[in-house]
Design a protein around this ligand. Sequence first.
Ligand SMILES: O=C(O)C1=C[C@@H](OP(=O)(O)O)[C@@H](O)[C@H](O)C1
Ligand SMILES: C=C(OP(=O)(O)O)C(=O)O
Length: 428
Amino acid sequence: MDVSISPSTVDGTARAPPSKSYTHRAILAAGYAEGAVVTDPLLSADTRATARAVEAFGGTVEIAADESRLEVDGFDGSPAVPADVVDCANSGTTMRLVAAAAGLVDGTTVLTGDESLRSRPQGPLLDAIADLGGRGESTRRNGQAPLVVTGPIAGGTVAIPGDVSSQYVTALLMAGANTDGGIRVDLETELKSAPYVDITLDVLDAFGVEAERTADGFAVEGGQRYDAGGEYAVPGDFSSLSYLLAAGAIAAPDGLTLEGAVPSAQGDTAIVDIVERMGATVDWDREAGTIHVSQSPLSGVTVDVGDTPDLLPTIAALGAVADGETRIENVEHVRYKETDRVSAMAEELAKLGATVTEHEDELVVHGDESDLVGARVDGRKDHRIVMALSVAGLVAAGGTTVEGNEHVDVSFPDFFDVLADLGTTVRR
Ligand SMILES: O=C(O)C1=C[C@@H](OP(=O)(O)O)[C@@H](O)[C@H](O)C1
Ligand SMILES: C=C(OP(=O)(O)O)C(=O)O
């Protein structure tokens, strides 16, 4: 479906949805446990896929009528053989975290997903599962899903690349706590997206599971039990907040107040500093979890997204509006997402009139708000591309149509309602 955004200003108050990364981990950790209540969860297509996987392993996940909590009955460290194929839909996090959990099953689990997910790299995780005493296979032998995982794994030491996906590390640490021998992950290359492993350590800690950094990577002892001691509360999502912050920085002359911005381990918190460096006026009350942002003329900056791949679409959109050059460095791993987001943003922003130069590991956007002209752009069936292009549409003369608005259901299902409530002219 298409969404049309007319040039608009935004004002008022909006709340960031709960964190997708924390919600995935909390649901799965509650699954590894006897159970737990997850409060303030993100209910989205991706997190529902993780909930389905917990149910496939023998747990149950009940959504409260007001959607404010999930009551999870866990499989208590012993996942059952799923009765059917596990459909991870569009969610890389689900596929990686669940593939490692499937390594604990005394039997075989089959995992699949949509076309995008079936094109993403899983090979290093499959090799790790094999090295730990299980079997991890790609049906097409190309390192991509559908995957067939047979356990149980015993534990041990594995070496994996750090520059493809940090989710392999997260997956192995979460499953490793329930192996007999524990898992030690040695990184063969420098870890990208490292703050996502910090999120994992944060959630493991809350569930009473000890894991640690080592000289070469990470390690978790086996034979541990997950126990959150009742409830686990999910913080707000800074990747989702980035679109609202960007909207405020380019289109809120009277300012915008954003709620749900309590600090946590999320690397994408960096967006607050980035919009400020570009020239927006930002006031963050960390204790209250509110950010006040207002529009100012923006100028280009240089940003390394090694730790924060999900911010690339937002920063590229901001760069198209900012005066001068925005240089986004360390971007190669951002090509392995729902789509190649480096190429997608280069090509789609060019349709709006920005001058964009794409290199293998760098994206350079030469922007100027006065040059942005509305056009029909392709959201690439990727929630972040859809949201970032919609934000650019706020200042593109004449109106912008973004294809595929429904894909925001992956991480921010209410995104267009929130934009409309803030005063944007949105037609779906
Ligand atoms: O673990 C997580 O929750 C995530 C890790 C990151 O992926 P990579 O580690 O594959 O870069 C990020 O892009 C993704 O949106 C969520
Ligand atoms: C890449 C993302 O998620 P996942 O890897 O879980 O598909 C994302 O949300 O941008």
